[in-house]
Design a protein around this ligand. Structure first.
Ligand code: SF4
Length: 441
């Protein structure tokens, strides 16, 4: 009997990279590969790299090198942002290396056909100007009830610290009819929550003819799909419209969760970052979101230690966060990314100060998370189990629409539903516990 080919798919970086990696794994499975996270002697390894910061680039490079040393007989496909931005140093890692730049990543399926993986003929392709949206298809993962769906790629904004527009090209969108067909496929495969992802998701539809928008897309998805609920990943604050806020507050199949890249609470720093809004806009936005639904989860990305951030501007960020009172923070220390304008900005923040500020905000984030969880006790929320469940399950790990991970006690004879209700009861060791109750959206 012929041995089945095996493949490992590795990924670093953002949710868009993760959505792409899951879609690539599915393409490989369709081509007859058995795909796992770890395989002793894989035939093929795919690495979807990241280069958003110098340290992410280093991690990606080390990962490729280590995999090449550990698996000398495997073919390795390196793709993602680093493969586009700086592929040359990767070449020396391995003799059977195929480097796929951003545009060619979209033709991943062609490259994994047997004829393309030819160890005698390493391929290196890149393209600085990917034009079309690269549709790798939906990322259906057996047994998983939540999936990412990439509906937008690239960015035309040009923040001074960010390499992404160079790596991924200009903003472009997956047309609604194709998005709907992928969403239906995900729903049919048992997926109860679809996370719409993009590099600059708020620009969804601006490039399409006829022009459309994220809220219009969500409306169409809600009509086309019967059960699935929708979450959107990070959206720029100036692009969160009233219509989007209303949808999240009023439709139980749209998650009450806004992940907002605030970056700084100081207007002068925002301006140096090239961010096109004032800090007060995010405060107003958070108020508008909360006016409609108190229990909405607001998360913030904050970049600490940007050149020029002094004690006063850091304090402004800290107090703005306290004023907004989000449910959590993602805190990123600034790390100069070669090839971006901010690399040459001064004055630099010392490493000691940077560490202190990161630590301070991470402590604040843990406290905000506790406060948010506590404010929800006694409420009944709609949740989706992280994996499909069976009759013997007594405790499930689930995710609420407002992004709370919940340990759910399941009373005997509870009917299995993709989305179900849970009454939140206690917090034990920082974890929220609740019990499944009758009723679904
Ligand atoms: S909006 Fe700014 S930070 Fe986000 S991908 Fe575009 S350039 Fe980078």
């Amino acid at each position: 009997m012929e041995r089945q080919k095996t493949a490992m798919v590795k990924v670093l970086g953002c949710k868009v990279n993760q959505a792409e990696a899951a879609a690539m794994a599915r393409i490989l499975e369709k081509k007859g590969y058995v795909v796992h996270g770890e395989i002793p002697e894989p035939d093929l390894i795919v690495v979807n790299t990241c280069c958003v910061t110098a340290s992410a680039e280093g991690k990606s490079r080390r990962m490729v090198k280590q995999l090449a040393e550990r698996h000398p007989a495997a073919s390795i496909i390196v793709t993602g942002c680093l493969a586009e931005i700086n592929p040359l140093p990767l070449r020396s890692s391995h003799s059977q290396l195929i480097i796929l730049g951003t545009a060619d990543k979209d033709r991943f399926a062609d490259f994994v056909s047997e004829a393309s993986i030819d160890p005698l003929c390493p391929i290196e392709t890149r393209s600085q100007s990917p034009g079309e949206f690269g549709d790798l298809g939906p990322a259906v993962i057996a047994g998983r009830s939540r999936a990412f769906l990439k509906v937008q790629d690239g960015c035309s904004q040009g923040c001074s610290y960010c390499i992404v527009p160079k790596a991924r090209g200009k903003s472009r969108s997956l047309p609604p009819h194709r998005t709907i067909s992928h969403a239906l496929e995900l729903e049919e495969s048992g997926c109860a929550e679809i996370v719409l992802t993009g590099v600059h998701l708020g620009r969804y539809g601006v490039d399409l003819t006829p022009r459309t928008s994220l809220e219009e897309l969500i409306e169409r998805l809600l009509s086309a799909c019967e059960h699935a609920r929708f979450r959107f990943s990070s959206v720029e604050p100036q692009e969160i419209t009233d219509a989007l806020v209303r949808l999240a507050a009023e439709n139980p199949r749209v998650c009450r969760h806004f992940h907002i890249p605030l970056q700084s609470g100081d207007d002068a720093i925002l301006q140096r970052m090239g961010r096109p809004y004032r800090a007060s806009l995010v405060v107003d936005l958070a108020d508008r979101i909360r006016e409609r639904s108190e229990a909405t989860c607001i998360g913030l990305d904050v970049m600490v230690g940007f050149p020029g951030e002094d004690e006063r501007s850091f304090a402004a960020t800290h107090s703005l966060i306290e004023r907004i009172e989000p449910a959590y923070l993602h805190v990123f220390p600034f790390s100069p990314r070669p090839g971006t304008p901010a690399t040459s900005f001064h004055p630099k923040v010392s490493q000691d100060q940077l560490r202190q500020r990161v630590e301070e905000l991470r402590t604040l984030s843990a406290d905000l998370r506790r406060r948010f969880f506590k404010s929800l006790l006694g409420m009944t929320l709609y949740v989706v189990s992280e994996k499909s469940w069976n009759d013997s399950d007594k405790i499930l790990i689930a995710r609420s629409d407002n992004y709370v991970p919940v340990r759910v006690r399941v009373p005997p004879n509870t009917p299995q539903q993709p989305i179900f209700s849970v009454k939140l009861e206690t917090i034990v060791d920082e974890e929220v516990w609740g019990t499944a109750v009758a009723g679904s959206p």
